[in-house]
Write a protein that binds this ligand. Structure first.
Ligand code: GDP
Length: 138
């Protein structure tokens, strides 16, 4: 059993596909262990993506992530971190495999519908950034 953080980014919420995205997770053996919708401030997005602060797209990315509501989820299941990454597909939807969330729904390398933790340490930091222990129910 493993936990990972998933975010449906502002483009996913705007496209009204929250249900489609959650269905992919549930159909593939991941359980929603916590869920909430929030609007991130620019500085909350900057702290979340702090590892990318030197990247040229940092300003644009954090602007995008604070441009509207997002859905935050903790997903739980066997190999949840890798399974979620596989379901998301490559960062750039043009390079994402057929049948992945990003291939099917994303418009660009930045507006790519979903975030998913990329490793165990990241998952632990990211879940703790948004959820208290009492809010995670699996
Ligand atoms: P992920 O783990 O697949 O989400 O990718 P990264 O951790 O490398 O990047 C974090 C997020 O930054 C991505 O999901 C995109 O929203 C954005 N991003 C990554 N690379 C680029 C880029 O080259 N240009 C822009 N504008 N955004 C990017």
């Amino acid at each position: 059993m493993e936990r990972t953080l998933s975010i449906i980014k502002p483009d996913g919420v705007r496209k009204n596909i929250i249900g489609d995205v959650v269905k992919r997770f549930e159909k593939n053996g991941l359980k929603v262990a916590a869920m909430k919708m929030v609007s991130l401030s620019k500085s909350e997005a900057e702290c979340f993506y702090a590892v990318h602060r030197e990247r040229p797209f940092f300003g644009s990315l954090t602007e995008f992530m604070s441009s509207g509501p997002v859905v935050l989820m903790v997903l739980a299941g066997e190999n949840a971190i890798q399974k979620n990454r596989d379901l998301m597909g490559a960062t750039d939807p043009k390079k994402a495999a057929t049948g992945t969330i990003r291939k099917d729904f994303a418009d660009s390398i930045e507006s790519n519908i979903v975030h998913g933790s990329d490793g165990a340490e990241t998952a632990s930091f990211e879940i703790g950034y948004f959820f208290s222990g009492l809010e995670v129910l699996a």
